[in-house]
Design a protein. Structure first.
Length: 270
């Protein structure tokens, strides 16, 4: 059974210290912390600007044995400047984080690829990988594009981030996935969703950000995906459930997500 990480988006209402406490209570091994918003104005917890919250988070990590798997979200847009991430990297190093989630929103892929390579170089100095997540509505819409940019970077800490929902919705193929060198896959994200794909991009984005399904409870072929992924990398359980959150607290949702993930992985890897 792999190590499991509680993704920030699953319980985004929790500040990092509480996120660590819930992860420990439920039996997770790691957490992902959202230091930067996924979209302008989105919810995030910028610990690099809050020393008190950072120290409290570090204390909870130390007391619980939970470690930080990944940091979110470095969203590259046309105006993004790699030089502006110094405090982000330094905070990540203090947290003992391993990976950084990177998303590409720059329509000029040549410019993005160059900046991404320089970002990887900067992240490496702090012991961090830079994992490019493909999402159908971004400038990096599928696995093929992400892997091409990662390979082009030539950076040993560059990685491709596979999210089960985006893998399915982007029509990426298992045959493409198994050809990616294992060293480019540092962790991946597990969730589920209806077999029927959303009719519009807006519906797809809403479902991804607010209404996913617990692993094994939807129609995505998770068993085949689990079999195709390396078995020794962390599995980040990313299941935002905004409607359910109205009646079920963060810890209960996190626990249900972990139980479902363990069950589907045991089914795929008996």
């Amino acid at each position: 059974m792999p190590k499991f990480s509680l993704a920030a988006l699953t319980v985004l209402e929790l500040a990092p210290p509480e996120l660590v406490e819930v992860a420990a209570s439920c039996g997770y091994d790691h957490v992902g912390i959202r230091l930067l918003p996924a979209v302008p104005g989105g919810l995030a917890y910028p610990l690099m600007d809050d020393e008190t919250a950072l120290k409290e988070t570090l204390a909870r990590l130390d007391a619980s044995g939970i470690t930080v798997a990944d940091l979110e979200v470095v969203a590259f847009r046309e105006e993004t400047d790699v030089a502006g991430f110094s405090a982000f990297f330094e905070t990540g190093a203090r947290l003992g984080a391993k990976n950084i989630l990177v998303a590409g929103y720059d329509p000029d892929l040549n410019r993005f690829a160059d900046r991404y390579a320089r970002f990887c170089e900067a992240a490496a100095k702090h012991g961090l990988t830079a994992d490019l997540e493909f999402m159908p509505w971004t400038s990096v819409p599928d696995l093929r594009t992400a892997d091409r940019i990662v390979a082009q970077s030539g950076q040993p800490n560059a990685g491709v981030l596979v999210d089960a929902l985006h893998f399915d919705r982007s029509n990426s193929l298992l045959g493409e996935l198994v050809r990616i060198p294992a060293e480019r896959l540092h962790y991946w994200q597990l969730c589920d969703g209806p077999a029927a794909r959303p009719a519009t991009t807006e519906e797809m984005m809403h479902a991804a950000r607010f209404e996913r399904m617990f692993p094994g409870q939807g129609g995505i072929d998770l068993v085949s995906l689990i079999k195709a992924m390396p078995r020794d990398i962390p599995v980040s359980i990313e299941v935002p459930t905004a409607t359910l959150a109205k009646t079920l607290n963060a810890e209960a949702r996190a626990r249900r997500a972990l139980e479902a993930a363990r069950k589907i992985i045991a089914l795929a890897l008996p």
